[in-house]
Design a binder for this molecule. Structure first.
Ligand code: GRG
Length: 295
């Protein structure tokens, strides 16, 4: 195998098992589709129940367990992360942003309903997410989420991404976009798991490093899949980054170098949690999955 070649990795059993738990928790904590106003509630369910990988909540669970946490107390926080993620996808797909027609294998929310409903469904998910996060009784994780998606977090990345369209970027600039637009929420997921498990400060800094490395790798792999992936597996058309003039890692450093960098980041992520005494095997498998994923 040459350095830059990535091995396909299917979802680890841990991920499949936790997906089921997350799915039923989401189902229980979303308002019923027939509750007034039905247009809003059915739209929220249409987007959230469309079968994403649930990676962010699963990372929170794995981090919680690696830092010695047990039981179901992590679930509200984990699902809050998925609600924020879904919210960001809905808004990202809007005509004023990426103007995408397909998401998770179905018409995007504004195509299936309309723009106003899509906007408000995103807003409602923001509210639902913060209510769930606050239900942990831990103000630290509420602040952690707010900072991760705020003006120095995901929002900064989204703005930088939009302003980078149709112009050449440096490696430093594209790294900023990816670390913020995508990386901040992934970093937040593993940090929240660790905080709720009452991790030591050493464990928290190891987990933070892990989250930063996998977060950047995740978006680099996303860029590569937009070139080499399959529309059927991704549930959205490939080639959309090029079509929309998006800044990508392959656009800046080429596909081979991007693959090599993603692999190096994953190796660094795995190395960064080596000193955590707890069960880190699932975090390692999830990191390997991120590099070898097909969707
Ligand atoms: C949420 C505060 C807030 C603002 C929204 C629109 C926006 C600002 C940000 C967009 C960020 C964005 C869409 C980043 C892309 C992240 C990404 C690679 C998503 C795909 O994630 P997967 O593959 O999707 O985990 P599934 O469908 O599996 O859940």
């Amino acid at each position: 195998m040459i350095m830059s070649e990535q091995t396909r990795v299917s979802a680890p059993p841990y991920m499949v098992e936790k997906q089921r738990i997350i799915e039923s928790y989401i189902d229980l904590h979303l308002p019923p589709a027939d509750q007034y106003p039905q247009s809003l509630h059915s739209a929220i369910r249409y987007s959230v129940m469309a079968g994403g990988k649930r990676l962010r909540p699963i990372l929170a669970l794995a981090s919680f367990e690696a830092c010695g946490g047990s039981g179901e107390g992590i679930l509200p926080a984990a699902v809050a992360l998925e609600f924020i993620h879904s919210y960001s996808l809905i808004h990202d797909d809007l005509p004023c942003m990426d103007d995408d027609d397909l998401r998770r294998g179905r018409p995007t929310l504004h195509k299936r309903y309309d723009e106003a409903i899509a906007l408000l469904a995103g807003d409602a998910l923001h509210d639902l997410a913060f209510r769930l996060m606050a239900s942990t009784g831990n103000a630290g994780v509420v602040t952690e989420l707010a900072e991760s998606i705020g003006t120095q977090g995901m929002l900064a990345g989204q703005i930088a991404d939009m302003e980078a369209e149709d112009r050449p970027l440096s490696l430093e600039e594209i790294t900023f976009v990816h670390e913020h637009k995508t990386g901040k929420l992934i970093r937040c997921a593993v940090r929240i798991g660790a905080i709720l498990a009452r991790a030591t400060s050493e464990e928290l800094s190891c987990i933070t490093m892990y989250g930063e490395k996998i977060g950047l790798a995740f978006q680099i792999v996303d860029d590569i899949l937009d070139i080499e992936g399959s529309t059927e597996l991704l549930g959205k058309p490939i080639g959309s980054d090029t079509k929309n003039g998006k800044a990508t890692f392959p656009g800046v450093v080429g596909v081979d170098k991007s693959k090599q960098m993603a692999t190096e980041l994953i190796d660094q992520a795995v190395a960064s949690i080596a000193s955590i005494p707890g069960q880190t095997g699932d975090l390692i498998e999830l990191a390997r999955f991120i590099n070898g994923r097909q969707n």
